[in-house]
Design a protein. Structure first.
Length: 606
């Protein structure tokens, strides 16, 4: 029982309610029982009172000398009430009981004194004993009243004790309600608010084995678990944040390094800077780049990172003590390959006790890949430069062969003809004609030479092809003295160097023809992307093409067609209405030539 009282609020509350109910029932039952037992006392008192009145009435009737029959009836009625159940039912049934002795005295006096006096019509004797008999009746009634009062006192005592016990139980219940329910609930609500506001160290100090105590213990256990989980999550968030920061720094480093590889030459200074920047993100490591020579006996080139790094026996004590074998620097070797050929190794020396972490190995491997990519890009740049150089030499040779070499061959033939005419002694007029042709050939050769020099000096600046076209429009507009309306739209992609040079040369040749032959007042220039093709169009309002115009006999137009053929472009030269000439070039650049994407998709993108 004591264990249940301590472990359960519900049991204590139920017990208190049960005790109060039991006390109430006991009080009610006791009252009912006493009232039931007291019912006979009232009847006995009434009967005793009626006997007292009957005593005096018999005395009065005796004085009136009633007939014997009536007196006998009165006497029998008195005796029946005296010895009836109303009086006998209140007796204790014990001869020595006061009430029983008083009743026995009444019966004895009645039978010994009063009843014989009535039978004998002895009025004097009857009246002498009547007062004593009434006194005995009063004593009997008084004892009955005292016994009834004692019963009422018992009832009052029982009800008072029940009331006091009920009040005590209620006070104890209120105290227990405040101490064992309200105070813990208030504490629980206060701690819950603190916990909700972020104080994860808040705990309930209420300790008990009852239900609220178990709730408090459960809350404290839950709070402890949440605080532990929160600390774990904070540590994980801090670790993830550190990991993300490290990954972001590594990505930025790789981005800067990749951009540097694409923009800078791969020389010793570049590799030195690259090693230094990576070594700053790898504390405790020493990075070195060793490059092999071309021959077996060549001495390798070694480049060391100059960034400060932890030395053995310093720092946080992660390295071993001097002389400790475990503190000997460990070495990681990463091969560097360029175009499937090994060109060297990246050496990473670390002196810490713990082995390199995964992200450090991955970052060093990325550095080795970047160095290999730098070598590959540098080799490809050299190859592209050589190809461009060879292509330009071929272009120069073709230009010289198609223009200046033919002009010089023509002059050489004219000189031989002149020499032959001089030996034959031809007249001066014929000689002058040949001399004029030679002079015209020399002027044409000189003009072609200047054009070739201008062509060979062309450069595409940082502004790209659009800026070069705009500069050519301004140059030839000033030279020709005509107005130019240009619609040059920059491209979203870059052309190759050969495509830009050929396109610019065709454009300049067309404008040069406008200056030299068209005698135009206005020129319209358009350059735009139409679907998967680039369209360059030059129109003028000059004299236009004559009916007997033969494009095969014009050296500049021939060069334009050859360049268009090199680009794989379509070149159309036609008359413009109402006057002038239209030159239209359309070609597909290498950037837009894809086998799995048709031209229609490029013209009508989804």
């Amino acid at each position: 029982m004591r264990g249940w009282l301590g472990r359960s609020i519900l049991f204590r509350a139920g017990l208190a309610v049960s005790v109060i109910a039991l006390l109430a029932l006991s009080s009610a039952f006791s009252g009912a029982a006493i009232a039931w037992f007291s019912a006979g006392d009232a009847a006995a008192i009434n009967t005793a009172g009626s006997l007292r009145m009957a005593t005096y009435r018999l005395s009065w009737r005796l004085d009136q000398h009633l007939p014997p029959r009536e007196m006998a009836a009165l006497r029998d009625d008195f005796e029946a009430r005296l010895e009836g159940t109303a009086l006998r039912s209140v007796l204790d049934g014990q001869a020595d009981a006061p009430l029983d002795r008083a009743y026995a005295g009444l019966v004895r006096r009645w039978h010994e004194q009063l009843a014989p006096a009535l039978i004998g019509n002895d009025t004097a004797t009857y009246q002498d004993n009547a007062d004593d008999f009434v006194a005995q009746l009063d004593d009997f009634v008084l004892q009955l009243q005292r016994r009834s009062e004692r019963k009422q006192q018992w009832q009052q005592t029982i009800q008072g004790c029940a009331l006091v016990a009920t009040v005590i139980i209620l006070l104890l219940g209120l105290h227990q309600l405040h101490a064992g329910v309200l105070a813990p609930l208030h504490e629980l609500l206060r701690v819950t608010r603190r916990f909700r506001n972020g104080d994860h160290r808040a705990r309930i100090r209420y300790a008990s084995s009852d239900e609220l105590g178990q709730v408090a213990q459960g809350f404290n256990a839950m709070a402890e678990a949440i605080e532990t989980s929160h600390r774990t999550l904070e540590q994980r968030v801090a670790a993830e944040t550190e990991h993300l920061a490290r990954a972001n720094a590594a990505l930025q480093l790789l981005y800067r390094s990749g951009r540097g590889i694409a923009a800078e030459p791969a020389d010793a200074g570049f590799f030195q800077t690259l090693l230094d920047s990576f070594q700053l993100h790898l504390p405790g490591f020493g990075l070195s780049l060793r490059l092999h020579g071309n021959g077996k006996d060549d001495i390798p080139i070694v480049i060391h990172g100059r960034a400060p790094r932890a030395s053995p026996g310093s720092g946080d004590g992660s390295a071993g003590a001097p002389g400790d074998a475990s503190a000997a620097p460990a070495l990681l070797v990463y091969a560097i390959s360029s175009q499937k050929r090994e060109v060297g190794e990246l050496l990473a020396c670390f002196t810490e006790r713990q082995p390199p972490r995964r992200w450090e190995r991955e970052l060093i491997q990325a550095l080795a890949d970047l160095i290999g990519t730098a070598f590959s890009l540098e080799r490809r740049r050299l190859q592209e430069h050589q190809l461009i150089l060879f292509e330009e030499r071929a272009i120069i040779a073709r230009e010289l062969h198609d223009s200046l070499a033919q002009a010089l061959a023509y002059i050489k033939l004219q000189v031989a003809r002149l020499q032959s005419m001089i030996r034959r002694g031809d007249d001066e007029t014929a000689l002058q004609t040949v001399s004029d042709e030679i002079r015209e050939g020399l002027n044409d050769a000189y003009r072609q030479l200047r054009e070739l020099l201008v062509t060979f000096r062309l450069k595409i600046h940082e502004g790209g092809l659009a800026q070069a076209l705009a500069e050519a429009v301004d140059e030839f507009g000033r030279r020709g003295g005509f107005a130019v309306t240009a619609q040059i739209r920059p491209l979203a992609f870059a052309l190759s160097g050969a495509e830009e040079i050929h396109l610019l040369q065709i454009f300049r040749e067309a404008l040069s023809n406008c200056v030299a032959h068209a005698r135009a007042a206005h020129v319209w220039v358009t350059f735009e992307q139409v679907g998967a093709e680039l369209v360059l169009q030059i129109e003028d309002d000059g004299v236009g093409l004559s009916d007997d115009f033969d494009q095969r006999h014009h050296h500049g137009l021939t060069i334009m067609r050859e360049r268009a053929a090199t680009l794989g472009a379509r070149l159309a030269i036609a008359a413009r209405q109402p006057s002038g000439t239209r030159v239209r070039l359309a070609f597909g650049p290498r950037f837009l030539r894809t086998a799995d994407r048709p031209t229609a998709d490029l013209r009508n993108p989804p």
